[in-house]
Write a protein that binds this ligand. Structure first.
Ligand code: HEM
Length: 101
């Protein structure tokens, strides 16, 4: 609820280098999902981020990412539905992790 993550599973959104990083990587993470392990501040997170490709459209993915950026990385740029559509097209044949549904 507070973006603090889950120990050993999901990293916290606070101070996330990924939120401050390239938009394309965040969009790929939402569309394809991502498997750990991931190291942050000496701690290992080893979970599976589901793919949202089949569940959320381009507007919804842009909106949820902009919510994260506004809340935890306010100095970062914002993401448009057009950027999501571009990455969706580029990753049309990519291997997906399971969705949350
Ligand atoms: C719409 C809902 C969600 C959004 C917007 C979202 C967004 C994100 C973002 C931005 C990251 C990268 C964090 C970072 O590297 O600092 C992340 C990582 C992760 N998320 Fe999610 N997430 C969502 C739902 C979920 C759910 C439901 C799960 C588990 C069932 C989950 C599991 C994970 C895991 C395990 C990672 C770390 C992946 C890695 O090892 O790199 N996420 N998520």
């Amino acid at each position: 609820m507070d973006g603090g993550g889950i120990p050993r599973n999901c990293p916290p959104f606070q101070e996330s280098p990924r939120l401050a990083g390239p938009s394309e990587e965040l969009i790929r993470l939402m569309l394809l999902g991502k498997r750990g392990p991931l190291e942050r501040d000496g701690k290992i997170y080893n979970g599976i981020m589901p793919s949202w490709r089949a569940d959320l459209n381009d507007d919804q993915i842009a909106e949820v990412l902009n919510y994260l950026l506004t809340t935890w990385s306010p100095q970062s740029r914002k993401i448009s539905a057009e950027e999501v559509a571009k990455v969706r097209a580029e990753t049309a044949n990519a291997k997906l992790l399971p969705s949350a549904q």
